[in-house]
Write a protein that binds this ligand. Structure first.
Ligand code: PXL
Length: 276
């Protein structure tokens, strides 16, 4: 089995089952060494909790990178998610350019918006910065809202295949390489993922669970990175990540007290079976 060194850059939400508390266990379970660079530390995530603390770690990033360079450290993959500031995006771009081992694969989850709206911490400047990061990556994993912010195409809650194709084409025109567009469903009880590579576009359809779950974008992206770095094709990694994410939602849906995330941990054995 290949053993890769994956760096993931995103926040630590101490409580809330998103970002690093999801990426680290999932990518490690996939069998990879997982290094982390926390973009910020929050007491909880920002979707539903109020009064959370926020410690921006932007100024720590250049000295961390400098130390890694001095130690001769490099990574086989770099996966970025929720970042701490617009200025930090420039530092993260530098890491993408300089810290990759030969053949390094970069994955950018723009992690800035959902359901037509930016997350509370972000503004237009952040979106502009994220465009330059996303379009420099080998893979981007936006949802429809994020794709609309990245392209400037108006967000539509109701859409058809033509709208999705227009979004994906606009992402490529602006420089995106492989696009993994999540949360694309054409019927009331289905959802799915569009995989758009140089070789063409494919679609993996799966069941829609009628509940807005938090943190599932991070579960999905982490499972995708873990699977792709295990040698799966982009389509197979997209399918495996989707099947796993659906199961984590199903495992949580009946527990109203667990509104802030999904119980992804008990399903890790299922994820690993798909990677075999
Ligand atoms: O899951 C994305 C995410 C990550 N980190 C923080 C968030 C969110 C979404 O709201 O608030 C802090």
């Amino acid at each position: 089995m290949t053993y890769k060194k994956v760096l993931t850059i995103q926040d630590i939400s101490c409580v809330g089952q998103c970002s690093l508390t999801v990426a680290l266990p999932i990518i490690s379970a996939a069998g990879h060494e997982t290094a982390i660079l926390p973009s910020a530390v929050l007491s909880t995530h920002t979707a539903g909790f109020t009064g959370y603390t926020f410690r921006d770690l932007t100024d720590d990033i250049p000295p961390i990178e400098a130390h890694w360079q001095k130690e001769g450290i490099s990574f086989d993959a770099i996966y970025t998610g929720y970042l701490g500031s617009t200025k930090q995006i420039e530092y993260v771009k530098d890491i993408l350019q300089k810290m990759g081992a030969p053949g390094c694969v970069s994955f950018v989850d723009p992690a800035m918006a959902d359901n037509g709206k930016l997350y509370p911490a972000f503004d237009d400047g952040y979106v502009k910065g994220m465009q330059t990061l996303a379009f420099a990556a080998d893979f981007i994993l936006p949802n429809i809202t994020e794709a609309s912010f990245l392209t400037g195409i108006e967000y539509q809650e109701r859409y058809d295949e033509a709208y999705i194709k227009k979004l994906v084409a606009a992402l490529h025109e602006r420089g995106a390489k492989t696009v993994i567009l999540t949360g694309v469903g054409y019927t009331p009880d289905t959802n799915g993922v569009v995989v758009s590579e140089k070789s063409g576009l494919s679609y993996y359809k799966h069941k829609r669970i009628p509940k807005n779950s938090h943190g599932t974008g991070d579960v999905y992206a982490s499972a995708f990175v873990g699977a792709y770095m295990r040698g799966k094709s982009a389509y197979d990694a997209a399918r495996i990540a989707a099947d796993y994410t659906v199961k984590t939602i199903e495992n949580t849906i009946d527990d109203a007290s667990h509104w802030y995330g999904v119980k992804f941990e008990p399903l890790l054995p299922f994820y690993l079976e798909q990677l075999a």
